[in-house]
Write a protein of this length. Structure first.
Length: 406
């Protein structure tokens, strides 16, 4: 049995088929292993992952798929890797893994996972991993805020599992990948991206408590509504510095409020401490406290199929991110306004920016029957008003990282 002779349906099917063909034409033999790991979108709970809040993401039907086969004619133990998307080739020496170096290159994201994997399984087991040819391709937009980086890390960890025969715990795997992102990409991210890519389930959102790292599945199997993702195709460069600044402002506000966790702050507490906070700190705090509450309510709304309520929570989240947390931008605001303009009668329940902000994507809750019309309208109007082509697609909650069977 080999990948060439098997047909694959579902969201990874095309990717697996293409990758198999590319691998064969490049290496004159089929891959021995193929793995895939998804990107993610966060429905609500933004900028509270590092504030002890909740996030409510789902893995999306967009994947990084990696194909590999051992290379027998080699003395040196090297993984020779090519990214189809970037058409770039690089290699990782398995006897001498790369050290972190900035700015990060894609080989760094993978190298960071190789290093973390070696630490966990031990040098002895790691030394069993052979020289390999590796080819990977992704349909997660790169740098679009849907976490192509976590998908690449988690796919890499999954490849190492199948090649070495050692399966990590799911949480262990996600944390290993998060560590790679911290150390090798220099991005101090929370746990959402890697957890989503590892734990993603069809038919469920994931309510992730960022304080306890506990996951509660929130079943979502409605035919009535769809999740529409819109890539604004802009990325304003201030995001790095602004992220650090928001974290510092939240920490300062929390200290003045006099508790150790945002989970212990109610809106009444916030009002009673209003005078001790600067205006900026107060605004940031308003976002954090209200967004934690909205995220809890959103999970309940999904469980009971209250789409109108969920939509309102999404609009309110956007408003708070735009005015109190100040991490939106004109293009994201435009996309949300266009969705709002379509309104309930046109099939839209709610919309908001998703991810860190200053560009990237919005997420919109739409009636499935009207999703195509809504996308066309948003795309046309966005182009007309901003001059930019948006990229839109719908996704259901998707299955997390997995090995593709031969
Ligand atoms: P996001 O995770 O939102 O897509 P990041 O900036 O965190 O954006 O990660 C993007 C980086 O991940 C790219 O610059 C590249 O280094 C790496 N990457 C992700 N997917 C691929 C791919 N298919 N090919 C090569 N590099 C990739
Ligand atoms: Mg990323």
């Amino acid at each position: 049995n080999s990948f060439e002779n098997t047909s694959y349906d579902g969201p990874v099917g095309d990717l697996v088929h293409r990758l198999t063909q590319s691998f064969i034409s490049e290496h004159s033999r089929p891959p021995q292993w193929i793995v895939a790991a998804p990107g993610r979108v966060n429905l609500i709970g933004e900028h509270i992952d590092y504030n002890d809040g909740y996030v409510l993401p789902m893995a999306i039907e967009r994947y990084v798929a990696i194909a590999a086969a051992p290379r027998e004619d080699e003395d040196s133990r090297v993984a020779s890797i090519r990214s189809v998307n970037l058409n770039e080739r690089d290699q990782i020496d398995l006897n001498d893994l790369p050290k972190p170096s900035l700015p990060p290159k894609w080989t760094g994201y993978m190298g960071g996972v190789f290093a973390g994997f070696q630490d966990r399984v031990g040098a002895e087991t790691f030394s069993q991993i052979p020289a390999m040819d590796v080819l990977f391709e992704s349909n997660v937009p790169i740098g679009g805020g849907l976490s192509s980086s976590a998908a690449l890390e988690v796919a890499t960890a999954t490849l190492l599992e199948v090649v070495s025969g050692v399966t990590l715990g799911l949480e262990e795997k996600a944390l290993l990948c998060q560590q790679a992102e911290h150390d090798y990409a220099g991005v101090p991210c929370g746990i959402m991206d890697q957890f989503s890519s590892v734990f993603g389930k069809e038919n469920a959102f994931m309510l992730l408590d960022c304080r306890s790292q506990q996951i509660r599945d929130v079943p979502f199997d409605s035919d009535h509504v769809s999740i529409l993702i819109t890539n604004s195709n802009v990325k304003h460069e201030l995001s790095g510095g602004e992220y650090g600044l928001r974290r510092a402002q939240c920490d300062a506000a929390l200290k003045k409020i006099g508790v150790t966790s945002w989970r212990d702050v109610t809106s009444d507490d916030l009002q009673s401490k209003r005078a001790s906070l600067s205006d900026v700190e107060y605004s940031r705090a308003c976002h954090v406290v209200s967004e934690i509450e909205r995220t809890r309510k959103a999970a309940v709304a999904i469980e009971s199929g209250q789409w109108e309520t969920l939509g309102e929570l999404m609009y309110a989240s956007h408003h708070s991110l735009q005015h109190d947390y100040e991490v939106s931008c004109r293009e994201l605001d435009l996309l949300v306004e266009l969705a709002r303009g379509v309104g309930r009668s046109g099939g839209v329940y709610g919309s908001r920016m998703t991810g860190g902000g200053f560009g990237g994507c919005t997420v919109t809750l739409v009636e499935s029957d009207k999703a195509v019309e809504v996308s066309d309208h948003i795309q046309n109007q966005y182009k007309k008003q901003s001059g930019i082509d948006a990229h839109l697609f719908a996704s259901l909650p998707a299955k997390g990282a997995h090995v593709i069977p031969r």
